[in-house]
Design a protein around this ligand. Structure first.
Ligand code: SAH
Length: 232
């Protein structure tokens, strides 16, 4: 079943208004008409369904018949990724992170960052589409940080795990982190990796270094492999 997205600002007094791409998709691609029932998520844990009551050129209005709320999935996973140069690879990482249940995504600059600017609008659209695709109803927020330090400091309560390819493969039990009722911050470096100085800084901040196997993975693959260990 298809679901559509409407932020809370478009949900009022028992009605939902779909706009822009969401409205276009429903009317032009899915050929929905008045009376048809649609499912909508608000990205904040709400699921709704109800019939279309009005279709205009750019909007679709539906009346809420059923409504449910879902708690934020546990464990609360926050992915931090170094900005990578190739746009499609970064977009892939964001799409997969949403599908795999990241609660929030931070993109940061670090010593080995090559490219600094990203297309936020595209990443947000990708995140919305991945949320709907995976039938989720929580939309991760995508944030930008001047440095990973700022991202770690923004999550003082989180258990910080850093994917690092240059450490011996020590036993790492995702379960140990999942069972604590604290967010888990997963940090992945950019294509050039973290510098040894950055790794020392992570250690000083009390982060745990994690190996994802004996072989070097691309940053976006590392993000997928890392998040997959916490699937629920
Ligand atoms: N520094 C490397 C490549 C970095 S790979 C080089 O240029 O040779 C990019 C990021 O993916 C790393 O910073 C790390 O966070 C993650 N990564 C890749 N392979 C990994 C592995 N085997 N174990 C843990 N993390 C890995």
């Amino acid at each position: 079943m298809n679901s559509y997205y409407a932020p809370l600002s478009q949900i009022q007094n028992g009605f939902i208004e779909l706009r822009e791409q969401e409205a276009k998709h429903a009317s032009k691609v899915m050929r929905a008409s008045e009376g048809d029932k649609l499912s909508v998520v608000d990205g904040r844990g709400g699921r709704y369904s109800g019939p279309i009551t009005r279709i205009t050129k750019n909007t679709i209005q539906l009346e809420i018949e059923e409504q449910k709320r879902e708690e934020v999935p546990k464990p609360s996973l926050v992915l931090g990724m170094g900005i990578i140069k190739k746009r499609d690879r970064l977009e892939f990482a964001v799409e997969k992170a949403v599908e795999l249940g990241a609660r929030d995504i931070g993109l940061f600059r670090s010593e080995h960052t090559i490219k600094e600017n990203v297309r936020v609008d595209r990443l947000e659209a990708i995140a919305i589409s991945a949320m709907k695709q995976s039938l989720r109803c929580w939309l991760p927020e995508i944030s930008f940080y001047q440095g990973w330090q700022e991202m770690v400091d923004r999550h003082p309560e989180a258990q910080c795990l850093v994917a690092h390819e240059k450490i011996d493969k020590e036993p790492f039990q995702p379960q140990d982190y999942k069972k604590k009722d604290k967010p888990i911050l997963l940090m992945v470096g950019p294509e050039g990796g973290f510098s040894s100085d950055e790794i020392s800084q992570f250690k000083e901040k009390g982060a745990r270094l994690v190996s994802l196997g004996s072989y070097r993975l691309r940053a976006e693959t590392a993000a997928v492999a890392f998040l997959s260990q916490f699937l629920s």
